[in-house]
Ligand binder design. Structure first.
Ligand SMILES: C[S@@+](CC[C@H](N)C(=O)[O-])C[C@H]1O[C@@H](n2cnc3c(N)ncnc32)[C@H](O)[C@@H]1O
Length: 250
């Protein structure tokens, strides 16, 4: 790859508040030729886009792409192939290309599926690609709720609630502090597991952390959401933190 060719900048944009992005990401955002922003729904502006809008130059072209969240694997892979190919072509044409992800790009992010494709084509060298870390949702939640994550010899596990019940239970049993991401419809199962292992009083759930709609539940034992709310009303952006060695300091 020619050193004077374009470059891909993948930036974590943090959990939601626009002032929780890094100074480096803000600088790069103001210098891009084109930015690719994700959207869960066709035609809709993504949260990631809304977070960084104020840092973009008016000269930057904005392209949205629609990652299929509920499609079968073959359809999802076809989109990842297509977006990875488009990014390669943009960089090869000499442009400064941005790609944004919520939180940190290396944690539960679709970006990693694109990275795998770029690596397999030897397109991930430092002259071609820069990944800018972001504040991950669980650090923002730990800070907002004054809930420590891990200290000294304690262990910290980060797991998606899409994992099997056995894996989730293992994480709860084997670690001092557990971050449970992608809670939504699995909340009843998680609450039962926490109850079974006497962990409810050491847990809290936060939705939409750092956004104006932020909500924090510190007593999951008495939380009364309707069945409908578990599945639909509970924000996709909901995370549970468990720390066996203490409760929230807040
Ligand atoms: C696809 S993962 C993205 C994780 C992201 N890369 C990160 O570093 O936080 C989506 C999950 O992250 C968590 N999440 C992201 N933003 C959040 C927020 N503002 N408040 C609470 N949880 C959030 C939720 O558990 C959500 O289901």
């Amino acid at each position: 790859m020619n050193e004077t060719a374009g470059k891909l900048y993948v930036m974590g944009v943090g959990p939601g508040a626009s002032d929780l992005i890094t100074v480096r990401a803000a600088r790069i955002l103001s210098e891009l030729d084109v930015i690719y922003t994700p959207t869960g729904k066709k035609g809709a502006k993504s949260l990631a886009h809304a977070i960084i809008e104020e840092y973009l130059s008016p000269k930057t072209e904005v392209c949205t792409y629609h990652f299929l969240m509920k499609a079968d694997m073959a359809a999802k892979q076809a989109v990842w192939d297509e977006v990875a190919q488009t990014l390669q072509e943009e960089v090869a044409s000499g442009r400064k290309v941005g790609f944004i992800t919520l939180g940190d790009p290396m944690l539960f992010s679709t970006w990693v599926f694109l990275l795998q494709r770029l690596v397999s084509q030897q397109m991930a060298s430092p002259s071609w690609l820069e990944i800018v870390p972001g504040i991950t949702s669980f650090s923002a939640i730990a800070a907002a709720s004054a809930m420590p994550l891990a200290m000294e010899n304690q262990t910290l596990a980060v797991i998606s609630c899409t994992a099997s019940e056995a894996l989730l239970e293992q994480a709860l049993l084997n670690h001092d502090c557990i971050v449970l991401m992608k809670v939504y419809s699995r909340f009843p199962l998680i609450r039962d597991l926490l109850q079974r292992h006497n962990l409810l009083e050491h847990a809290l759930m936060m939705a939409d952390a750092t956004l104006p709609t932020e909500q924090c539940w510190r007593d999951l034992a008495t939380l009364s959401l309707s069945e409908k709310e578990w599945g639909q009303g509970l924000s996709y952006f909901s995370t549970i933190l468990v720390n066996k060695n203490g409760q929230s300091l807040g």
